[in-house]
Design a protein around this ligand. Structure first.
Ligand SMILES: Cc1cc2nc3c(=O)[nH]c(=O)nc-3n(C[C@H](O)[C@H](O)[C@H](O)COP(=O)(O)O)c2cc1C
Length: 326
């Protein structure tokens, strides 16, 4: 995820068990685009011990092929193409989710990338641009290329992040695709993750915002699927996670700038604070110094109280996850 799943974030996730695979933030690809050096570090300096896929976003076929080849010179687990980003500035250029309106272009991109990527080539998509009915035709396209995995965020581009997901569309993909299908969107805890797997038959889950909020989610899901006890998380544990993230990000900076550091932490805290006291979020949004940041975290999180399992139902950032629970 942009500005989120970078090297320090991956390192911190791994201390809690982490996922089986990581995916980089997307590399923007256009004519003569350079490889973003900061994002590249999450490949070249990946110390998680887990494979990392390099994700690209763009619509210029030859540039995508060239960038894929450059990325393959590094220790990537595979190359992934983004067909899901809903940002208007991306879609206007017919990249990301915008590409879903251009089936011929999608075919050209998948065909050329499949031919030129020696190792694993994977696709991240949504279920349509305007409506979910578009997914039938999109699936025919995905099926016609030998891709190695299809990760599906179960919403249309128009639905952005604001609706429940559509598990039945992912199930449809599971039934026709010859590769593993990964379900994505709205997994916020063990119950939502297991429900999504059950309703779709997907080979696995991709977890984004839920992992920012709770890095324990990967290990908890594994424990639950393996019939082991699921660890309960306390406010004090969350405090420890925030501390770790704070330090990992500080270590990354060649020139330490407190204000930038605190602002970056606030981006994570927006997700982390969901489901906790409204006052905690209010105060965190207003802190300006590292010291104030820690003071607010200490005041609200240094306790043995259990953390709520899920964000609040009225959360503006996590929408519609309860629909997965039936
Ligand atoms: C801040 C932010 C940045 C994101 N950046 C990317 C990205 O670079 N590539 C991508 O495939 N998806 C990106 N996404 C989408 C997520 O990967 C995911 O599909 C979406 O958030 C739904 O899954 P979740 O409910 O588990 O978060 C981003 C989402 C957010 C909120």
């Amino acid at each position: 995820m942009q500005d989120v799943t970078d090297l320090p974030f991956m390192r911190v996730m791994e201390t809690f068990g982490g996922p089986d695979y990581y995916v980089t933030e997307y590399f923007r690809v256009y004519e003569n685009s350079p490889i973003n050096k900061y994002i590249l570090r999450s490949i070249t300096e990946n110390q998680t011990g887990k494979p990392v896929f390099a994700q690209m976003i763009g619509q210029d076929v030859e540039s995508l092929v060239k960038t894929a080849q450059q990325l393959m010179e590094h220790p990537v687990a595979g190359i992934d193409i983004n067909l899901g980003c809903p940002a208007p500035v991306v879609c206007r250029k017919d990249a990301g989710g915008g590409l879903l309106r251009k089936p011929e272009k999608v075919k050209a991109i998948l065909g050329r990338l499949r031919d030129s990527v020696q190792g694993r080539f994977t696709v991240k998509t949504r279920i349509g641009y305007e409506t979910e009915e578009e997914f039938d035709a999109l699936l025919e396209i995905f099926k016609s290329f030998e891709i190695d995995a299809l990760a599906i965020h179960g919403r249309t581009v128009k639905e952005r992040y604001q609706t429940p997901v559509h598990p039945e569309r992912i199930k449809q993909a599971v039934e026709v695709m010859h590769c593993p299908v990964i379900a994505n969107g709205n997994v916020v805890d063990v119950e939502t993750g297991r429900a999504y797997l059950e309703q779709t038959g997907a080979a696995g889950l991709m977890i984004g915002r839920g992992a920012i909020r709770s890095p324990w989610i990967f290990e908890q899901l594994k424990a639950s699927c393996e019939g082991r006890e699921v660890k309960q998380i306390l406010r004090r544990d969350l405090h420890g996670y925030i501390r770790l993230l704070f330090e990992a990000i500080a270590q990354e900076r060649t020139r330490y700038e407190e204000r930038r550091h605190v602002n970056k932490m606030k981006k994570y805290l927006v997700y982390i604070a969901q489901g906790l006291d409204a006052e905690f979020e209010y105060q965190i949004r207003r802190v300006q110094s590292a010291q104030d940041f820690h003071t607010v975290c200490d005041a609200f999180l240094l306790s043995e109280q259990l953390l709520p399992q899920r964000p609040s139902e009225t959360s503006k950032l996590f929408c519609g996850f309860n629909a997965l629970l039936g």
